[in-house]
Design a protein around this ligand. Sequence first.
Ligand code: GTP
Ligand code: MG
Ligand code: ZN
Length: 291
Amino acid sequence: MDRIGIIMKGIGGFYYVKIGEHIVECKARGVFRKDGIRPTVGDRVKLSENLDLIEEILPRKNLLSRPAIANIDYIGIVLATKNPNPDYLLADKMLIYSCIQDIEPIIIINKIDKAKQTDIDRIIEMYENTGWKIFLVSSLTGEGIEELSHGLTDGITTLAGQSGVGKSSLLNALYPKFNLEVGSVSQRLGRGRHTTRYVELLPLPSGGMIADTPGFSSVAIQNIEDRVVANCYPEFVEYNYGCRFGSKCIHVREPGCSVKENVDKGNISRHRYERYIKILEEIEERGVDYR
Ligand SMILES: Nc1nc2c(ncn2[C@@H]2O[C@H](COP(=O)(O)OP(=O)(O)OP(=O)(O)O)[C@@H](O)[C@H]2O)c(=O)[nH]1
Ligand SMILES: [Mg+2]
Ligand SMILES: [Zn+2]
């Protein structure tokens, strides 16, 4: 039998590793602790002969912290149409974060059952010319869930977004067998409790794997050059060639900036552009860091 698998879950010193269609329970070799390496959900690992010990952690593509998860291929940035209202600034920071980590974002707009078409259009307008996939779903009515499921056929996807946007509900809708704990959104605060407490990878019927992550996912963006941030905006990059300073332009104060011109022409979302300026200022002042 193959001895290479993926860590699906780790609880109380035990790891649950998926090898083919089997899940085996194992412990980690003591040496990892000494080396300061912690086996992490998403890690590809090699097990001992009798499959009860993790012997080796294969090189990682990436490693996200808080919550710790390795080898992520896609991040589903989840926004709710309302309750809670979309936090676009957070979404844009997450989009930059995924770009820096070399993870492809997917935009998921949930709770469309609660929204008027004009509200949904407002969200789409901001992101439609980024080229990122946008899915409109309701985990309550099931609308759009099948389309989303067809979009998750390979790799590891993690969902990120404010507490209460419906990440756990979405997973349940994608695959009711999950039966994850769903919290009630507090009416008073208008935001959910952090119901999900640990990370677990779940195999999707469509072929990919998805991670349910605890509540408010963290974003840390520090010591990043402005130009790197600008390159995380595909709709800006599209117009770069027209800027007088070309790819050196960060589209803030430069003369002859084609990006700014196209914001004025309505080809680039002004909201996205204004938040971009705000994010640059924030990075310069103290870095972006949520815990
Ligand atoms: N109307 C409506 N309500 C939804 C939808 N999806 C989720 N909800 C509700 O939103 C609340 C929060 O859902 P959760 O799935 O717990 O949200 P979460 O993002 O996992 O929250 P945390 O685990 O706290 O990060 C619950 O009361 C859900 O029933 C939807 O599509 N439409
Ligand atoms: Mg949850
Ligand atoms: Zn420019």
